[in-house]
Design a binder for this molecule. Structure first.
Ligand SMILES: [Zn+2]
Length: 472
């Protein structure tokens, strides 16, 4: 590179190849590993075919008395029903169906965990988790720290559950009661225009450069926003290096959609700035940092809306929404991460992942995470069987770490102003030019320590307090 400067544009790519050298095998062995992938991937394919195609969804009577099929997309919305009968019947019927296939699901999960360990061993790693996080250049301590920090702060989750029980006014809080909004249904109709306007206002704190690109995206059809026949569900952002990013979503006129739009535009602008500053090889950021840019926008929007809302009911809805994010992102995803770690350790010790063993472990984790104020119904023990993310090879912990990192960064942006904004914009423009942990350090948050997780969880504690006061 010193002699031939044209090579410098490949520096990051070459450095990465050199970093992976101890885990790269001879050409013959690499060939063998590559050709084994097709057999190994049959496990995920079978999981997906069983869950999405062959699985017969149960039927439940909804709140209006109509019989509906509980599909995977309808399951959570039905658990959000204000009608306890709908929630209970949905919960029981859906998990009863999974229970029917428990041995098949267990065998698929066992196969996936064994495949992960097979490739980890083949590439000279001590464990499946180490191999997975190293692929993103993340030290394994980050994974352990997350689980430890969440365990040290489990009392907030338990307080949240107690508050939920109190607000719902029930004698027993069940596992089918944890999704329903504690402040009644949110019926506010938010137009797409209003959502755009509020997002632009909320992100003014990131400065003119950021907001101008955001407005450019809104004005120039970067976003396919409404539901349409044959259009896939969910929301995504994807970059097109020499053009601009594109966003696909299904706008639903509610708070959730407004946050989704802010979230996806976070990804889109991260891509935009990283593509603008870097050559095509260095522009693509790693997953570990991707969800920081998106959830930071959500945190800033949340802050803006809370500051600009005087209506008590709307405020309560916002706090409810925010608390749910902590429950579902920091606690739930960490519980998933812990399940993944423990089950892989069982495989590494040569233990069998039977349906009963998986159910026992999953049930015990739920008891620990939810605490004493919830009745941990036996049906929940099979929940792992319906989670496709368990086939993503140690992916979910990043939802929790990203959320914590973006909490810390948004706080700095709001409190420090310009210096923090400059560091953040620099982070957005950095693509994959440095390891993700380094990029985040430069932006102002050190994910090799437990501190950002603990700090984020303090915010959760404050929200619980605020909700108590709002509804007192
Ligand atoms: Zn995202």
């Amino acid at each position: 590179m010193e002699e031939t400067p044209e090579l410098c544009k490949y520096k990051v790519t070459i450095d990465e190849l050199r970093r992976m050298k101890p885990h790269t095998l001879s050409p013959e062995m690499e060939g063998l590993l590559a050709s084994s992938q097709e057999m190994a991937s049959a496990v995920e394919k079978s999981f997906s075919l069983l869950s999405d195609a062959d699985f017969e969804n149960p039927t439940v009577r909804d709140a209006s008395g109509e019989m509906v099929k509980v599909s995977s997309g309808r399951f959570i919305p039905m658990l959000e029903s204000q009608d306890v009968r709908v929630r209970k019947e949905t919960f029981e019927a859906y998990y009863a169906r999974y229970e029917q296939y428990k041995n098949t699901f267990a065998s698929l999960y066992d196969g996936k965990a064994k495949a992960n360990f097979f490739y980890a061993k083949a590439r000279n790693y001590n464990s499946s988790m180490e191999a997975a996080v190293d692929a993103n250049h993340v030290p394994k301590e980050v994974y352990y720290n997350l689980i430890e920090a969440v365990h040290e702060n489990m009392h907030y989750m338990h307080e949240y559950v107690s508050l939920r029980k109190k607000l719902m006014g029930v004698d027993e809080l069940h596992m089918y009661d944890v999704y329903v909004p504690v402040v009644g249904d949110d019926t506010e109709h938010i137009t797409y225009g209003q959502a755009q306007e509020e997002i632009v206002n909320a992100l003014q704190v990131l400065g003119e450069d950021y907001v101008n690109v955001l407005k450019e995206g809104f004005a120039n059809r970067w976003i396919d926003k409404y539901e349409n026949e044959g259009k896939r569900s969910g929301a995504y952002s994807d970059d097109c290096y020499s053009v601009h990013p594109y966003v696909l979503m299904n706008y639903q006129y509610n708070l959730d959609s407004e946050f989704t739009l802010a979230h996806e535009m976070g990804h889109a602008l991260h891509s935009y700035f990283s593509s603008k500053r870097n050559n095509i090889f260095d522009s693509d950021y790693k997953i570990f940092v991707a969800e920081v840019a998106s959830t930071c926008n959500e945190a800033l929007l949340m802050d803006y809306l809370r500051k600009h809302t005087t209506d008590k009911k709307k405020k309560a809805h916002l706090v409810n929404y925010f608390m749910q994010q902590f429950r579902s992102t920091l606690y739930r995803q960490t519980m998933f991460a812990e399940f993944e770690l423990l089950t892989h350790q069982m495989v590494e010790k040569g233990e069998a992942l039977t349906a009963e063993a998986l159910k026992k472990l999953y049930y015990e984790l739920n008891v620990q995470y939810y605490g004493e104020d919830v009745v941990v119904d036996p049906e929940i023990a099979i929940e792992w069987a319906r989670i496709p993310h368990f086939y993503y090879n140690f992916y979910v912990y990043q939802y929790a770490t990203s959320f914590a990192a973006s909490m810390a960064l948004s706080k700095k942006i709001l409190e420090e102003g310009k210096p923090a904004v400059d560091r953040y914009l620099n982070f957005l423009s950095s693509g994959c030019t440095k390891p993700p942990i380094e990029l985040l350090k430069d932006a102002g948050v050190d994910m090799t320590t437990k501190e950002p997780i603990c700090e984020a969880l303090k915010t959760f504690g404050a929200l619980i307090q605020e909700m108590e006061e709002l509804l007192a």
